[in-house]
Design a protein around this ligand. Structure first.
Ligand SMILES: Nc1nc2c(c(=O)[nH]1)N[C@H]1C(S)=C(S)[C@@H](COP(=O)(O)OP(=O)(O)OC[C@H]3O[C@@H](n4cnc5c(=O)[nH]c(N)nc54)[C@H](O)[C@@H]3O)O[C@H]1N2
Ligand SMILES: Nc1nc2c(c(=O)[nH]1)N[C@H]1C(S)=C(S)[C@@H](COP(=O)(O)OP(=O)(O)OC[C@H]3O[C@@H](n4cnc5c(=O)[nH]c(N)nc54)[C@H](O)[C@@H]3O)O[C@H]1N2
Ligand SMILES: [Mo]
Length: 768
């Protein structure tokens, strides 16, 4: 007998991509009432002469000018180029307390912000304000703080290099390094882990390297949804017969099979290509065990080979010439038992050995990874163990081999490159002094978690956000929301309305910005901005849609306005001159960061240019000048060791969302339609709790004190969905589940919140 499934839950058996994707784009275009130009815009995306898609940070294939179809890129673009508007009239009709009750999806779906607005507590409404008046209020409030370190300056990774560079210049001239950043919640484990391992916090491969890889390993990322243009690369590799080994608790459809919308045969015949040659459903948080297991097997095979007269399976010449720490690593791996490795990973010995077979057979290996590795208590350790695995066979700094962190926001990597960091190094401080003649503060500032802690403690009194939806993206809203409401000043540069804007402080100002798709005209004429993708390629981007309102200003010009109102002519920085023509900003970037040498000329070349990544040339900018094998002790993410009986919750993205932006309530590939209030669980975990699919449940956070000790962190009345997921792991949607994540549940080394390793229990809802 066929079981009745909960409402909106189906089994989706189509491949990813294909006709389903084309249909989804058509729907989005209609829903957003995209202006006619918007459709033409889609055709320009990721073209050498076009603009950079705000959807993700995957690079564009060089030298091609054919339109690369991407369903979620299309959604990102149409979402921005919508014909819907949020006007002063909208705000006068809806008090903030009413808007607060709206779902996140509905808030953003109202369209583009058209005017600068200030919150009026008397009427509980936002009302229009002039730009200059807004700048003066912000400047006065910032100058009124007794210490610049009492202000926090958040950046979300859509900001261009030019905007981010001006922003960090302003903030450092103001006097602080408080730079919380979306990257702190994302690839911070990469930014902290890889510099220690290989001397650079970025990936070492280029797009071309994928053509030369003999095997591709994929850990914890979902490209069919989050980096759809990567599917072209994986699809090509799979068709060439390159093994693709996936480690992911969920069977993500695009990693199983994919129909390329630009492949006429697959489209006409409804066929598809298998992507993963082996798919290992590791337990959430089990990657450290997998990686240690693979290395353990490699050491065992190496010893056996040498024992029988061979030369071993390691790249000994590379290890001797380029690395340090090999013996310590081997000792650490030898002390880790197979029993622990298998329990924590949830995989069989055969599965791990089969992955090692592929790894050792391949001359050149690329390892890709995403949030499944970084957003864990041991995120930095995970990243470093992956680097160790590659270094054992010299899979770093040669063609067809290397490490590929798959970045999030389209310019999150670039923002970091041009100075958004709470820990400025000597070179950055010297560079700013060289370019602008002042010495910026050197003291470490706040990252995202530290920012929220300072706001909660009342130590910080102002928050300025260059984009994003900071409060919703962070953990523990029960603690952060009331704290943000106590600030003196909250300022948001934004394209669309979101919940963080509704957390009103003493003075709250929302400033509408031009998006990536909009034409940006300054005193010196139409401007382009630049971005850096996941593979360190820097290229120009120019929007060409008419802006949604004549009131909108560009991010650089707004930052300059705030800077002038705050700093006057401190240090003699010519803010107007910088904004008149962004070439002037790029000239300064080049002085501060010599790797941008000849920036304005090189960025005008077709396809842009690649920033040097020393590790790609086997130059190791580490303290000891070598690539380091780094030990990560224990397998301490085993939930049983921390909270007996706990389940491990991973908070993930649906197919129809962009971070906190929810395009629709569907998650097609996972068979979820019209809802997000669900939790994916294994049948065994359901049965163990006397539950079945369709039951209403509460997900209760374990916190630090363990369960039941006055802990009220919970997401209530979710519907349990029986799903193909390892026993002990459960999954639900970000950001709704951030209520169960505690703020101090983060990677000890990088501060990355452990969004994929939340210790929870699931209980039947009380009133059910
Ligand atoms: N359309 C769209 N594109 C996006 C985004 C978006 O929200 N929507 N967000 C952008 C941003 S900022 C980012 S950072 C990236 C995010 O891109 P991804 O890194 O793909 O992020 P997630 O969807 O959060 O999770 C990735 C995968 O990790 C798996 N996973 C969870 N826990 C574990 C684990 O412990 N081990 C392993 N091996 N796997 C695990 C999940 O099953 C899921 O498949 O995408 C960017 N691009
Ligand atoms: N539980 C859980 N939490 C997570 C994650 C997770 O996997 N699980 N992922 C984390 C990750 S990887 C990230 S990167 C963060 C994301 O955190 P954020 O980057 O802060 O969040 P977004 O949802 O991308 O921000 C959306 C808002 O950005 C604004 N915006 C869009 N385009 C522009 C633009 O061009 N300019 C400006 N100024 N504003 C713009 C719009 O107003 C929109 O409402 O969330 C993190 N939080
Ligand atoms: Mo991200």
């Amino acid at each position: 007998m066929k079981k009745k499934r909960p409402e909106g839950i189906k089994t989706y058996s189509e491949p990813a991509g294909g006709w389903g994707a084309l249909l989804a784009v058509a729907k989005t275009l209609k829903h957003q009432q995209v202006v006619a130009e918007g459709t033409a815009m889609l055709l320009k995306a990721n073209q050498p002469e076009g603009f950079d898609c705000p959807g993700c940070a995957w690079p564009d294939p060089k030298h091609t000018s054919s339109f690369e179809f991407c369903e979620n890129g299309a959604k990102a673009i149409t979402w921005e180029s919508t014909a819907k508007r949020v006007t002063p009239e909208f705000f006068s009709e809806h008090p903030v307390s009413e808007l607060w009750e709206w779902p996140d999806h509905k808030l953003e779906d109202q369209g583009r912000l058209t005017d600068p607005m200030i919150y009026d507590a008397g009427t509980d409404r936002y009302r229009q304000i002039g730009w200059d008046e807004a700048f003066v209020l912000i400047g006065d409030a910032l100058r009124a703080l007794p210490d610049p370190n009492m202000a926090e300056f958040y950046t979300s990774g859509r900001a261009s290099n030019e905007a981010a560079f001006l922003y960090q210049l302003f903030v450092r001239a103001y006097g602080t390094n408080n730079f919380p950043d979306c990257s702190n919640m994302c690839h911070e484990a990469t930014s902290v882990g890889l510099p220690q391992s290989i001397g650079v916090g970025k990936g070492t491969v280029t797009l071309e390297d994928f053509d030369h890889a003999d095997a591709i390993f994929s850990f914890g990322h979902n490209p069919g949804t989050n980096h759809p243009r990567m599917m072209t690369t994986l699809h090509d590799a799979a068709r060439r017969g390159t093994p693709i080994i996936v480690f992911n608790p969920l069977k993500e459809r695009a990693l199983e099979r994919f129909a390329a919308p630009q492949n006429p045969i697959e489209m006409a015949t409804f066929s598809s290509t298998d992507i993963a040659s082996a798919y290992h459903q590791v337990r959430a948080g089990g990657d450290l065990a997998v990686l240690k297991g693979m290395m353990k097997s490699i050491f065992e095979r190496d010893a056996a080979d040498i024992g029988s007269g061979g030369t071993g399976v390691l790249d000994r010449a590379f290890i001797a010439e380029h690395t340090a720490g090999f013996d310590e690593l081997r000792r650490n791996i030898e002390t880790t038992s197979w029993e622990t490795i298998l329990t924590v990973s949830g995989l069989t010995r055969e599965a791990i050995e089969s992955a090692v077979d592929v790894y050792l057979k391949a001359k050149n290996v690329i390892a890709c990874y995403g949030m499944g590795l970084t957003q864990h208590l041991n995120g930095t350790g995970n990243v470093q163990q992956l680097a160790n695995l590659l270094l054992l066979r010299g899979n770093m700094g040669r063609q067809g081999a290397g490490i590929a962190p798959i970045r999030g926001h389209s310019n999150v990597q670039g923002d970091r490159t041009v100075g958004i960091t709470e820990i400025p190094n000597q070179a950055l401080l010297d560079g700013i002094e060289r370019a602008f003649g002042f010495r910026p503060p050197a003291a470490k500032g706040h990252n995202a978690v530290e920012t929220m802690q300072a706001i909660i403690a009342g130590r910080s009194k102002a928050l300025i956000c260059l984009g994003g939806n900071f409060a919703v993206a962070m953990a523990d809203p029960d603690a952060t929301y009331p704290a943000i409401r106590k600030l003196d000043l909250a300022v948001h540069l934004a394209t669309k309305l979101n919940r963080t804007h509704l957390l009103t402080a003493k003075t709250t100002i929302v400033l509408p910005v031009l998006g990536r798709t909009d034409i940006d005209i300054q005193a010196g004429g139409p401007q382009s901005t630049t971005v850096e993708d996941s593979m360190s390629m820097v290229h120009a981007s120019r929007g060409f849609l008419r802006p949604p309102s004549p009131q909108l200003r560009s991010e650089p010009s707004i930052i300059a306005g705030i800077a002038k109102a705050t700093l006057g002519d401190r240090y003699g920085i010519d803010w107007d001159g910088l904004v008149a023509n962004y070439d002037a900003i790029r000239d300064k970037i080049e002085i501060v960061f010599p790797e941008f040498q000849d920036f304005n000329r090189r960025v005008r070349a077709k396809g842009g240019f690649r920033l040097t990544v020393a590790a790609s040339e086997r130059l190791w900018n580490t303290a000891n000048g070598r690539a380091n094998f780094i030990v990560s002790s224990g397998l301490d993410e085993d939930p049983a060791l921390n909270h007996p009986g706990a389940l491990v919750l991973m908070t993930i993205r649906s197919h129809d969302q962009y971070n906190t932006t929810v395009y629709s309530l569907d998650d097609r590939y996972r068979g979820v339609f019209g809802r997000r209030d669900i939790i994916f669980m294994n049948r065994i975990d359901l049965m163990a709790r006397g539950l079945k699919e369709g039951d209403r449940v509460d997900v209760v956070g374990a916190g630090n004190a363990g369960f039941g000790k006055g802990n009220v962190r919970a997401a209530r009345r979710l519907t349990a969905v029986e799903y193909n997921i390892p026993v002990g792991s459960i999954a639900g949607y970000y950001p709704e589940l951030n209520v169960v994540v505690s703020l101090d549940h983060h990677d000890r080394k990088s501060g990355t919140p452990s969004y994929k390793g939340v210790h929870v229990d699931v209980r039947r809802s009380a009133d059910d």
